[in-house]
Design a protein around this ligand. Sequence first.
Ligand code: NAP
Length: 480
Amino acid sequence: MSVHNSDAAAADWGLLIDGRWVDRHTRLEVRNPYTGELVGRIVTGTADDVGRAVEAACAALDHEFPVHARYTVLTRAADRVEASADEYAWTIAREGSKAIREARREPPRAATILRLAAEEARRMAGETLPFDLRVGSEHRVGYYVRVPAGVVGAITPFNDPLAMAAHKVAPALAAGNAVVLKPATATPFSALRLARDLVDAGLPAGRLNVVTGRGGEVGEALAADRRVRVLTFTGGVETGERLTRIAGIKKLAMELGSNSPVIVLPDAMLDRAVEASVAGAFAQAGQNCLGVQRLLVHEDVYDAFRDRFVAAVGALRAGASTDETTDVCAMIDETQAARVERWVREAVDRGARMLVGGPRDGALVPPTVLEQVPDGVALDCEEAYGPVVSLYRVPSLDAAIRRANAVAYGLHAAIFTERLRDAFEAARRLDVGAVIVNDSTDYRLDVMPFGGSKLSGIGREGIRFAMQETTETRVVCFNL
Ligand code: NAP
């Protein structure tokens, strides 16, 4: 096993409030879920800390932060992220549940998100309104503009710890808001580093505040605070539902879970479908909201697809996140791994056949493939969020679409076909936020409007769309 040592010293981080790093006596240790290695310690923030952070954010809004300054800060921060991409990648691999080869993709992505947000800040404009369309309004002129909503509360999950933080923070800052960020307790360090890079890039004090600590205390205090005008949350459905009840009257943006379906039709390029589906199902040990969970394969090509898919999954290497040869690393903790193990056992006890799989080793669940999964078991209808995928034999496109839609989620769906007519039918009928043709569900461009239908969420991320969620429209009307 090759382990990176240059950044191995466990780091201690404080809270970022009003441009200063604040220490507290109560700390939490963050350990690698597989090796148990101590990665660092964070402050266990409290509801009072959230209150102070929101206060600092409100105060920061009193000071001008013009578009040119936002542009400069965001692009400088992007430079800094790129310059320390390697340290970021090792932080991500060590703190969380991402193999180092996967973790290396996050810093360049975060830098791109920062740059795209900087550019979009320059384009945030309104338009004039034709008041003279109504008799009696001929002597009025006016326009509308997008204005910052104010304080944005952002809560991020563990799985893409840097990119998710960048997706929340960069558009909100670009739109002129002040942010209070609460990163996931299991993976806080890359978000904290990002905050440090933004501060070092010249972000005015209070524009970004970071309060680490338990979701139940810090997250709920942030959601409940009436001064927070937008709550943007990415995480599980259960937490999302709870937050909608706590939040009261404020704008809500929710990126929640899914159990994404991929349809494979008889005319599909099978090798391409297999390769993309394996990557889509097992990246980040399946802990990916876009991860492939249900493969709906037409009966004419089912056996051929299954044989190639099983062979490709069998070749994946499971191991430590810091090992350069690891394809599938441990899950975020043993509790989650035990849940996945239980769900697999439930499906097998009820008649599913395990084609690839094996015993769990702590938080490490080996890549698992099932077929003949009975309707209604957890793996069939809930979000597995682990390295498990189920194959379904379907008789037609219509049957595949019906099965794809027969769940409570609707984030991404995918279809492999060379027939335009079938691709368009899927695009029309699949009840999801995005239909991907000839790639797996695990495809996202950071400027795409990104989000889901049904329980998969409310609103859209993707720079410009996140800026819409974190701004209000203001009309100005002159009666001349
Ligand atoms: P989670 O348990 O819901 O946690 C997400 C965040 O919410 C963490 O920061 C967590 O803090 C916080 N939190 C937990 N309980 C809270 C509460 N009662 N009040 C306020 N905040 C609370 O989700 P996760 O396990 O980190 O992430 C997995 C889920 O995220 C999956 O369902 C996945 O599909 C979803 N996800 C969705 C997208 C998307 O864009 N649609 C992207 C990535 C992930 P602590 O860490 O302190 O518990």
